[in-house]
Design a protein around this ligand. Sequence first.
Ligand SMILES: Cc1ncc(COP(=O)(O)O)c(C=O)c1O
Length: 433
Amino acid sequence: MQPLSQVLPPSAATTPEGHLAIGGCDLVALADEFGTPLVIYDAGLLRDTMRRYVTAFRAHDPRAEVIYASKAFWAQALLRMAHAEGLRMDVASGGELFMALHAGFPAGKIVMHGNAKDAREIGEALDAMVGLIVVDSLDEIVLLDRLAGERGRVQDVLVRVTPGVKPSTHAYIATGQIDSKFGFALDGGLAAGAVAACRAAANVNLVGLHCHIGSQIFELGAYRMAAGLLAAFASEQGGDDLGILDMGGGLGIAYTRGDTPPSVEEYADMVIGGVFAEWDAVGLPRPRVMVEPGRSIVGRAGLTIYRVTGTKDIPGVRRYVAVDGGMSDLMRPMLYGATYEAILPGRPEAEATQTLRLVGKHCESGDVLIQEATLPPVARGDLVCLPATGAYGVAMASNYNGVTRPAVVFVEGGEATLVVRREAYADLVARDL
Ligand SMILES: Cc1ncc(COP(=O)(O)O)c(C=O)c1O
């Protein structure tokens, strides 16, 4: 189990029976009790990571805010925890807004995103009185101005800027990229035009800038580069209405044993330290920094357990191992070739001697969870666990092939709590008229 420690929650342990345990709960017992596929979160790790984020950013500036990007995983239990830990909430649709409000989030702590907000969603955000709306197009600014005016309100907004920094796991470059569906590019005067449009709109109150340079970022220098470009832009724009700088999310996590992401503290030092240094350099008062982490809060805390439904050997080609889930609960491998590790919860210490392709149960050849996994010999009925599935896993789940979406369990201190029930077949027809 040792080589996988980066991708498992730190609470991972082996029980006296030799099973894998998380948060003091035996994963084999959880699979037997709650069925499979099963999504398990280490609640202690979730809470700890939220606290580390708040502490790391507030150590630089007590005004700093951590906004959880709810798209990464939005169960009510998680949203309530984020609220209790003092985080704000990033929502990217009317549905995510509804879920945040339903979890008891005060609207003033909600930040509304979306590159394609429609009139209904903007109206819902205005009626709820969300704290901030991040504007993403000139059409949206016009619509927001009108809808806010009809309600006799003036809405605080951030302008989403695309600074043209392209990060990857190993490098970052300034691309001058203007070809993005998100935000306003610094190039070509687009961001300047958006700032001017907000300033001219009677019912829109510009309070700052937003940027999200990408996700699963290991190279923290990319944030410093973005901060430098944004400081120059803020300086050009003048005015005292750019007091907030939301630097988006993006800190990466370890999905496989070779991954070594920076810590939350290193990320905070670079992001807020970098912003302050760049703002100081252009002689502007330091902004109130906000960040919007998603993956780095929930990713490592979550694991998915599947049961093997069958194996198939194609001589001279490969061995296939099929499980009872797949693209309906974990889309990332199919969507962008994301890679995961696998471990057997019943025999985590057994020697991995077989190379195989781990596939799902869906009617798509592309329904492959791991192209090349190395595991101990597995047979029908065995459990297979994929660590680090907590972000953009169950949040992207579907009912393809009429597969019901999995249950979600929080574990902590040896207690398991069912926080989202497994869908029933009746749920599959519940909306049909
Ligand atoms: C605007 C914005 N903020 C925050 C996030 C969260 O990013 P991550 O989960 O990589 O931290 C995203 C992810 O796509 C995003 O688009």
